[in-house]
Design a protein around this ligand. Structure first.
Ligand SMILES: [Zn+2]
Ligand SMILES: [Zn+2]
Length: 136
């Protein structure tokens, strides 16, 4: 007590315990996980196991290399008909995001690279690196 963060006053006076917060965070994280898993599985059910860009085919054995891309780059936009999803192999998916980033940062100096930023959407960055034989 005694530490009031300015500007944020909660009326009602009920204190939120740390345990509650932890639970809320855990639940949010879990639902996010489920949502992520959910849309990937849905997309794999709707669309063929083929990279929409390079045409590489996938089987249950290497299906983990096939990722689901959001066409409008909005991960919150998950229509159940799959219209915003695209199955892309790691290479093409990485490429797609790189192009998008290039486009977005086109006005910048282009000198600074932020590895932390680049890493946010690439859980398989290392694998993608391996697949990348001819990088342009
Ligand atoms: Zn591909
Ligand atoms: Zn994507």
């Amino acid at each position: 007590m005694g530490m009031n963060s300015s500007g944020q006053k909660k009326s009602g006076g009920e204190k939120r315990s740390k345990e509650d917060l932890d639970r809320i965070v855990a639940r949010a994280r879990q639902s996010l996980d489920e949502r992520m898993k959910g849309y990937r599985e849905q997309s794999l059910r709707i669309h063929p196991w083929v990279c929409a860009r390079c045409g590489r085919e996938f089987t249950a054995k290497n299906l983990h290399l096939l990722t689901v891309h959001h066409k409008d780059h909005n991960h919150e936009n998950n229509p159940s008909d799959g219209s915003n999803w695209e199955n892309l192999c790691l290479y093409c998916h990485d490429n797609e995001h790189r192009r998008f980033l290039d486009y977005e940062e086109g006005a910048g100096a282009g000198e600074s690279e932020e590895p932390s930023k680049a890493a946010t959407h690439k859980p398989f960055a290392k694998l993608a690196e391996l697949l990348k034989s001819d990088k342009r």
